[in-house]
Design a protein around this ligand. Structure first.
Ligand code: ARG
Ligand code: ZN
Length: 498
């Protein structure tokens, strides 16, 4: 569901096509059909996502061959067909998708072929149904523009079929951390926060447009491909290639999409007490010690689901499970219903990624500047889990974060607006968790846990802001929390104890 419309970016593109837009009857001079927009208006990622439409479903058929053994280059061969069901939210002359490092070879819109052309000059008229692709790595601007013919009217549904592909390598995020379709020697690790899904499929790459997904991933026989959701039938092998089908029935933000490929053991399904099926995939090449650690951590998942349900409310999706690769991007990601772990899965990280299913996935940040709502909560959840298990109380965890002397630079980062280079700064995690503990001390346990359940219920399958979060806690506590959130999220100094 798309929430949020015209932006500064949208206005710029609107101006550039004014000359060719059709005037609405009775409203001469005002263009009726617009160019959507090249971004949803995110504060940090102006070209992430797109305006003018709402995607309901992505069906991704991918064929992937991992790199040949070294010394062959570390490059995978990827081809895909993305079938995208969308609804126009404005009268559209054109609209954009995000797609990075791949090229499009064919496209149909409602079954009619569109012609691939070179990007036209700004303001130039283009005949007929067409598409063009601008990829500007320096500006981090990757935009696939589609000109549908006939034009799409507001409220109209359309099916776009995009045939595309390329050679995969190791894309990096704005901080140069690896993400996206990360090629490994034996497959791929697919983790895309915040805007890496565009490295492997055409997408409106922002949490504001959540959608359901289905996947058919075809890999060399013997490889396992693990995406979000539930298996859609058993794997099918023909001519030395196996197709793994997955159905992600819960709407998800694009950054939470995964389709990791590797030499995974397919583990038996277990269940939480509430009946959530848990299905794990663990690299057969983990070292014995990493396998032992991973097995022990994953064995805790059913109890962790039970515990977090008691604090955050019912588990928000239809299934759960993990994938663990022996290769590493250097972090884990809470990909929806199926987190991805690098190298091994340790207990604290397993609790963290599980807690994100409620806090980050069911309720996602409306703007990337709200990232503390994800990372603060997931970190705080591990404090709660550790207390429940007699490892350390949440108060002790808070104290060991708050008490030590830290540099002024540490305290200077305002976690409510950490900047695109500070999204995953340690302060976002730890001051974020500290903020939640301080909030708990301020409003009391009853309001604190009522608040988080209200938050998850109210914004489930959606996105929300820090202001929305403050409003929930003012509602459940009856307190004015302006000064509290100002000090904890926006002040460039050590906050005082409540
Ligand atoms: N959300 C992930 C976690 O908390 C971290 C993702 C880091 N992503 C990145 N592009 N550096 O475990
Ligand atoms: Zn996290």
């Amino acid at each position: 569901v798309v929430r949020g419309l015209a932006t500064a970016v949208g206005i710029v593109s609107l101006v550039s096509i004014t000359g060719l837009a059709t005037a609405a009857p009775g409203d001469p001079g005002k263009p009726r059909f617009t160019a959507g927009s090249a971004g949803v208006g995110d504060t940090y990622f102006p070209y992430a996502g797109n305006g003018g439409y709402d995607v309901s479903h992505y069906d991704l058929a991918v064929d992937y061959t991992p790199p040949a053994p070294a010394p062959a280059p570390l490059e995978g061969q990827f081809s895909g067909v993305a079938t995208i069901d969308l609804t126009a939210t404005a009268d559209l002359d054109r609209f954009n998708l995000d797609l990075r490092g791949m090229s499009v070879s064919a496209m149909t819109i409602n079954g009619k072929p569109a012609t691939g052309i070179a990007p036209p000059a700004p303001g130039a008229e283009v005949d007929g149904a067409a598409y063009w692709h601008v990829q500007d790595d320096a500006a981090r601007r990757w935009e696939l523009t589609v000109q549908p013919r006939p034009k799409l009217k507001k409220g109209q549904r359309a099916r776009l079929v995009v045939t595309y592909g390329g050679t995969t390598t190791r894309p990096t995020d704005i901080e140069t951390a690896p993400y996206g379709w990360y090629t490994t020697r034996d497959g791929a690790i697919v983790v895309s926060e915040p805007d890496g899904s565009m490295t492997w499929y055409p997408v409106s790459d922002h949490p504001r447009d959540k959608a359901t997904y289905s996947f058919r991933i075809t890999v060399p026989e013997g490889k396992v491909a693990v995406a979000n959701g539930l298996p859609d039938g058993p794997p099918v092998t023909a001519n030395g290639r196996t197709t793994w089908s997955w159905d992600a029935v819960d709407e998800q933000a694009s950054y939470l999409t995964t389709a990791s490929v590797g030499d995974f053991e397919v583990r038996p399904v277990t269940h939480s007490a509430s009946g959530v099926p848990i299905h794990d995939f663990v690299d057969s090449k983990l070292s014995p010690s990493r396998r032992t650690t991973t097995n022990a951590s994953l064995a805790l998942q059913p109890r962790m689901i039970d515990f977090f349900e008691s604090r955050f409310g019912p588990y928000p999706f239809s299934s759960y499970g993990s994938s663990v690769d022996d290769d590493s991007v250097g972090y884990a990601l809470e990909t929806q219903t199926r987190p991805v772990y690098s190298g091994q899965a340790v207990q604290g990280t397993v609790a963290h990624e599980l807690a994100h299913q409620w806090l980050g996935n069911a309720v996602s940040p409306k703007d990337w500047k709200d990232i503390w709502l994800n990372e603060g909560w997931a970190t705080y959840a591990t404090w709660l889990w550790n207390e429940e298990n007699g490892i350390r109380t949440a108060q002790a965890a808070f104290d060991s974060w708050y008490a030590p002397a830290r540099t002024p630079e540490y305290w200077a980062l305002p976690i409510g607006d950490p900047g695109p280079m500070g999204l995953f700064a340690t302060q976002v995690y730890n001051r974020g968790a500290g903020t939640l503990h301080a909030l708990r001390l301020t409003v009391g346990d009853e309001a604190f846990f009522e608040g988080v359940q209200t938050w998850v219920q109210r914004y489930d399958d959606s996105t929300a802001t820090t202001a929305d979060f403050q409003a929930v806690y003012e509602e459940v506590s009856g307190q004015d929390l302006d000064a509290f959130f100002q000090e904890w999220l926006a002040t460039a100094a050590k906050p005082s104890l409540p």
